[in-house]
Structures are given as structure tokens and as C-alpha cells.
Design a protein around this ligand. Structure first.
Ligand code: ZN
Length: 146
């Protein structure tokens, strides 16, 4: 296994090579200085969605949601907790399907909230419906063999 992972910056799109030993220290983007993996949920726009889901070498869990969806809003704090628990092992991000219906359609999202786990440029698992933080964490860990 490599001793570093490539991560796309969700702000500027720059690819960053992050040594694994630095992952837990909250690495920052070499181009714009924004945090790359600080345990906070990343807001994705269309460009950042495509870049991170295709190029990230670290597992990425995307929450496809919309502001009108009650269960999505209820899950948001749980998703944030899960992001903090998984810091250094996976990045958690969200995509607003109301703003980006074309992305939701391409990802074959049929109901929301839907969680899709990507690793090394491809989808490896998905989970639908609102979940507590503990279930989100064990879903990711189970798929990563951690
Ligand atoms: Zn950046």
C-alpha cells in the first residue's frame, strides 16, 4: 500500500498528495489553503462532486440530500458526527440534489437521503434512508474492512 493518498480539494479542484501520517493532522490544500480532511462535512458543487468521486484515493461517502427533505435535515447532525468519527479514514460530503438534479440522476439516486460510498474512483456501496451516526460509521468501516 502506498504511504500517501491523493485527495481533490473541494474548493479549488487541486489534487493534493497527502502522506498517510499527515491525514490525522488536518491537511490543507496546497493551492488554496482550505482544509482537505478536517473531519467536517464537505459541501460539494457539481465540479467538486465529479472530481472527488473520480479522483480521491481516500474513501468518500456522499450524502445526496435536499433542503425540502425532512429526514435529510434530521440526519444532518448525525452525518456530521459520523464525519468526525471517521476523520483520517474517510471523507464525508454532501450534495444538494435540488441544486444539482443532473448529478443525482447520473448517480442513479432514486430516493433521498441516499449515502453512496466511493473509493478509488468507483462506487463500492450505497445505503438509503436516514441513519444514526453509529450506523453510518459502521457502514463505512464494514466496507473498508476496518
Ligand atoms: Zn484548494
Amino acid at each position: 500500500m502506498s504511504d500517501a493518498v491523493k485527495l481533490a480539494c473541494a474548493t479549488c479542484g487541486q489534487m493534493n498528495r497527502v502522506p498517510l501520517v499527515k491525514l490525522a493532522e488536518g491537511p490543507k490544500c496546497g493551492a488554496c489553503g482550505d482544509p482537505l480532511a478536517d473531519g467536517k462535512v464537505i459541501e460539494l458543487d457539481a465540479r467538486a462532486h465529479d472530481k472527488t468521486t473520480r479522483a480521491d484515493e481516500m474513501p468518500l461517502l456522499v450524502d445526496y440530500w435536499a433542503p425540502w427533505c425532512g429526514p435529510c435535515r434530521m440526519m444532518a447532525p448525525e452525518f456530521a458526527k459520523a464525519a468526525m468519527s471517521l476523520k483520517g479514514r474517510a471523507r464525508l460530503a454532501k450534495l444538494n440534489t435540488e441544486d444539482h438534479p443532473e448529478i443525482a440522476s447520473r448517480a442513479r439516486i432514486q430516493g433521498i437521503p441516499a449515502l453512496v460510498l466511493y473509493a478509488k474512483g468507483r462506487e463500492i456501496a450505497r445505503l438509503s434512508g436516514a441513519r444514526p451516526a453509529s450506523e453510518i460509521v459502521s457502514f463505512v468501516q464494514g466496507r473498508l474492512g476496518a
